[in-house]
Unconditional design. Sequence first.
Length: 124
Amino acid sequence: MTARNTKAKAMILESLKRSKAVTSHETLQKALKGKADRATIYRVLNRFCDDGIVHKIVGDDGKQYFAVCVNCQGKKHNHNHFHFRCLGCGKVECLAGEVGFKLPKGYRSENFNGFISGYCALCS
Ligand SMILES: [Zn+2]
Ligand SMILES: [Zn+2]
Ligand SMILES: [Zn+2]
């Protein structure tokens, strides 16, 4: 990576950590105020996914969202939790707690993508 990319990487990580909630590509681009272009942000986010720093979620609106991982670094992503998108304020968050589900006999899960949209505690 070039020095510019390294700088973008640091800025994106800082922004992700500061926001705490789940962030989208657009939100990041706004937060960085044009200091990193679209392609760079995509590249950095995908790298973070590979490194176990963030996990990627595809919302019910078809958009990609990114959230900071807990305990994934150097390991396989493990996120058996639901994500929630508020239709009122637009906030997306990781819902704490594993989701238990039962699959038919002989089935094995590799990925879990649970997404709920509705209204958060502040908006309902
Ligand atoms: Zn992860
Ligand atoms: Zn809300
Ligand atoms: Zn999550």
